[in-house]
Design a protein around this ligand. Structure first.
Ligand SMILES: Nc1ncnc2c1ncn2[C@@H]1O[C@H](COP(=O)(O)OP(=O)(O)OP(=O)(O)O)[C@@H](O)[C@H]1O
Length: 284
């Protein structure tokens, strides 16, 4: 488990963090959402012990020589070395085991090939992220912090990294805290969200509860939706076999129920988030 309590940090006159409290339990994936400059990286650096807070405390429960690992911004790797060599160098720096079987196990854990011998400057962004995670896992930490891990990845890379993160939490019981400014990516991965704005946590709670408060419309897809008369009162916008309906979470459940009663099968229901609303909400 990782927790930070009442953490504050100033850079000169700038209040980068103000009384920030955050907690993520073992086996849980938690999200820290905030716009550019909100204070995400500063908080992660403090949780990792790389920067000291002006006030507040950090508690990390777990086993292992180093209880916490993480990547801030981009993974710091040696681009002219291959993946095995990178892992070996970092293992030696951290006094972790650096024998071939440990290094191979680390590569396999993050889904990287054992066969590639070329320098990692040839690797895709997704592969570098995986290698960065392998480095962070060398000391078998119980908590993992990932700062914007999905930035620069294509949808396939995002999908693969999501799977790896889920397996680290589920199969290895790690507490994983992920920061991002893209709410949609975190919304289906994290059970709990913390929304940070100008160095303050504006809201925290279950992902579903937080997102439900800032959904302004839903896009429903299915056949013959444009023929349903009761939908007209919602002022729906139709496109192809989908319609966009301005509705709350409760209203959309009722609408889907009524549609199924009329024999209309919904093939997808996608919420459109009002990100400004997310950062405006003040209930903690
Ligand atoms: N070493 C530093 N010296 C001075 N100001 C800093 C320093 N590090 C961060 N800041 C400032 O603190 C604020 C928070 O920055 P931080 O990098 O934590 O935000 P962030 O949420 O991670 O942003 P981004 O999503 O753009 O990476 C910003 O205004 C930033 O300019």
């Amino acid at each position: 488990m990782i927790s930070g309590h009442n953490i504050s940090k100033n850079y000169g006159k700038l209040q980068a963090l103000q009384n920030v409290s955050i907690a993520c339990n073992s086996g849980e994936i938690c999200g820290l959402v905030g716009a550019n400059g909100a204070g995400k990286s500063t908080l992660f650096k403090i949780l990792l012990g790389l920067v000291s807070a002006d006030s507040g405390s950090v508690t990390i429960h777990g086993d292992g020589a180093k209880k916490i690992g993480g990547i801030i911004e981009k993974p710091a790797l040696y681009s002219y070395l291959n993946a095995r060599e990178n892992l070996k160098v970092f293992a030696k720096m951290q006094n972790a085991a650096s024998d071939s079987s440990t290094i191979e196990a680390a590569l396999l854990q993050v889904g990287l090939s054992l066969d590639r011998k070329d320098p990692i400057r040839n690797y895709s962004m997704g592969m570098k992220q995986r290698l960065g995670i392998a480095v962070a896992l060398l000391n078998k930490p119980s908590c993992l912090l990932l700062d914007e891990p999905f930035s620069g990845l294509d949808p396939v890379g995002i999908q693969a990294l999501r799977k790896l993160i889920v397996s680290l939490a589920k199969d290895h019981g790690m507490a994983i805290l992920i920061s991002s400014h893209i709410v949609e990516v975190l919304s289906t991965l994290c059970t709990k969200l913390f929304v940070i704005h100008n160095g303050e946590i504006l809201q925290h709670g279950s992902t579903q509860d937080i997102l439900n408060k800032c959904v302004k419309s839903y896009t429903l897809c299915g056949n013959e939706l444009e023929t349903v008369s009761f939908l007209k009162k919602y002022g729906v916008a139709a496109h192809s076999n989908c319609i966009t309906i301005p509705a709350s979470a409760t209203e959309i459940s009722d609408i889907i129920f009524k549609l199924s009663e009329q024999g209309i099968a919904i093939t997808s229901c996608t919420p459109a988030l009002d990100v400004e609303q997310l950062f405006k909400a003040t209930s903690v």
